[in-house]
Design a protein around this ligand. Structure first.
Ligand code: CTP
Length: 448
């Protein structure tokens, strides 16, 4: 019996997929089809897959060509599948010519002519029209955003707005996009707005973008007052718009995996979370000279509070901020201590004091540890009482990682109702509440 194997995502099942499977089956007597998991697709940079794994499997099944369907979860699996299933022929479409020649040592490799003028990417783009992104603000993060957005199919960076038109022009030139001087013209030219302006300007920009009917992705911290966050989310909901806070860690596949493992029971019940992120900044930087909105907590607090809120939730019994300040009172280093009914947490961040950046999650059976840069999670370990029993986990983190939040944001715009769970509205509101409390305790009320 001649066994044939082929692999694919098979998203939005189309004629090209059907014809590929039909010809693959005709190459032998028994066809095995490997369907990729969402997690694997994301790690290989294939974002925005629309159909769930179950739907994609169902669609392959419906063709009647597959004798067996398996799941493809990681790179390197093809080789072991070929051995395990005693495969004679490996086949895929001609878009992969040469790519799988390394398998020729183990079986025959056949590239089948790809069906012209159809692909899942084309269908995804046709089904949901390209969303034009407008950027507000031209700082460092905006420069990282543009190349990341180019990795996500279904969006196009249309232009940039900055009240300092010269900065907007320079940015636009750099990225070959448009610079807008007038807000109304800017709003007319875009469907979604990415806000990367200074913290204190976020609220007004979000409000105005929502009022103009635009979906909004806003850099962290989204706003600095709980009530503002609540108002904005209510406004977005009323208008049927998506509003997301851009904390990249929340959307990256490695962090998602880490939370899953931490909550799986493998380390028992979680009792302690310690998150630390420090990044030394020059003393003349905006972060260390803006007496009202600068400082460690407003800059990095969203990252370190994220795992605490994700693992312990919002119902802490007490919260306390301790800071090391410069001569003018700006926090160079802040430690937040929280007590929960079932555990304790510390979230530490610093712009003027360097520490070991790590995320530690301690449970009744073991602990999970991710070293810096854990906020771009690509590796973590699980340890137990038996020091020899270490489990190691890794996940790819591509580029600057903003592509994951952009892709999730887009999928929510395109109707994925479950997309908000990675950073819920309640969590963003709570983060705004913590910012507010910190600023009030630090005598920065004049900002309100
Ligand atoms: N395929 C094909 N003809 C097409 C599209 C896909 O023969 N027009 C083949 C691919 O070469 C592959 C299999 O179908 O062997 C599954 O491909 P998949 O990547 O799932 O489909 P694409 O349409 O190429 O998806 P995307 O646009 O997301 O890359």
């Amino acid at each position: 019996m001649k066994k044939v194997i082929t692999y694919g995502t098979f998203d939005l099942f189309h004629e090209g997929h059907y014809r590929l499977l039909q010809r693959a089956k005709a190459l032998g007597d028994y066809l095995i089809v490997g369907v990729t998991t969402e997690a694997y697709d994301r790690t290989r940079g294939k974002l925005n897959v629309v159909d769930s794994l179950v739907t994609r499997i169902e669609n392959v099944k419906k063709t009647g060509f597959a004798d067996e369907i398996i799941i493809e979860e990681s790179s390197g699996q093809k080789f072991s599948d070929i051995k395990k299933y005693e495969v004679d022929i490996f086949t895929v479409g001609s878009d992969w010519v040469g790519y799988f020649d390394y398998l020729k040592d183990y079986c025959e490799v056949i590239y089948l002519e790809r069906t012209k003028n159809i692909s899942s990417t084309m269908l995804r783009e046709k089904n949901s029209r390209i969303q034009r992104i407008g950027i507000i603000g031209t700082g460092r993060i905006a420069d990282r955003f543009v190349p990341e957005a180019r990795q996500v199919s279904g969006v196009n960076t249309q232009g940039v707005y900055n009240p300092h038109i010269e900065s907007a022009r320079r940015f636009a030139e750099r990225w070959e996009i448009n610079a807008y001087e007038d807000m109304e013209t800017f709003y007319q030219a875009v469907d979604i707005v990415y806000i990367a302006s200074p913290h204190e300007t976020h609220y007004e920009y979000i409000r105005s973008a929502l009022e103009h009917g635009k979906h909004v992705l806003c850099e962290k911290p989204m706003v600095l007052q709980k009530e503002q966050a609540e108002k904005l989310f209510a406004c977005a909901q009323e208008k049927g718009l998506v509003l997301c806070e851009g904390i990249k860690t929340a959307y990256c596949p490695g962090f998602h995996k880490l939370l899953g493992i931490a909550c799986s029971g493998t380390i028992g019940s979680i009792r302690n979370v310690e998150a630390c992120f420090t990044k030394l900044e020059a003393s003349e930087s905006r972060e260390l000279t803006d007496r009202v909105y600068g400082g460690s907590f407003t800059e990095l607090g969203s990252y370190v509070m994220l795992p605490v809120l994700k693992l312990f939730g919002k119902d802490y019994k007490s919260v306390r901020f301790d800071s090391i300040r410069d001569g003018s009172g700006l926090d160079l280093f802040t430690k937040v201590s929280l007590c929960y009914p079932t555990g304790i947490a510390t979230a530490t961040c610093g712009l003027g004091v360097k520490s070991e950046g790590r995320l530690l999650i301690a449970g009744t059976r073991g602990y999970l540890v991710a070293e810096a840069p854990w906020w771009k999670t690509s590796y973590f370990e699980v340890h137990y009482e038996d020091a020899g029993a270490v489990e190691k986990y890794s996940e790819r983190f591509l580029g600057d990682g903003l592509r994951y939040e952009i892709s999730d944001f887009l999928s929510m715009i395109n109707g994925n109702k479950n997309g908000g769970f990675k950073l819920s509205r309640g969590e963003s509101v709570e983060l705004a509440g913590l910012m507010e409390r910190f600023m009030r305790e630090n005598g920065r009320e004049r900002s309100f």
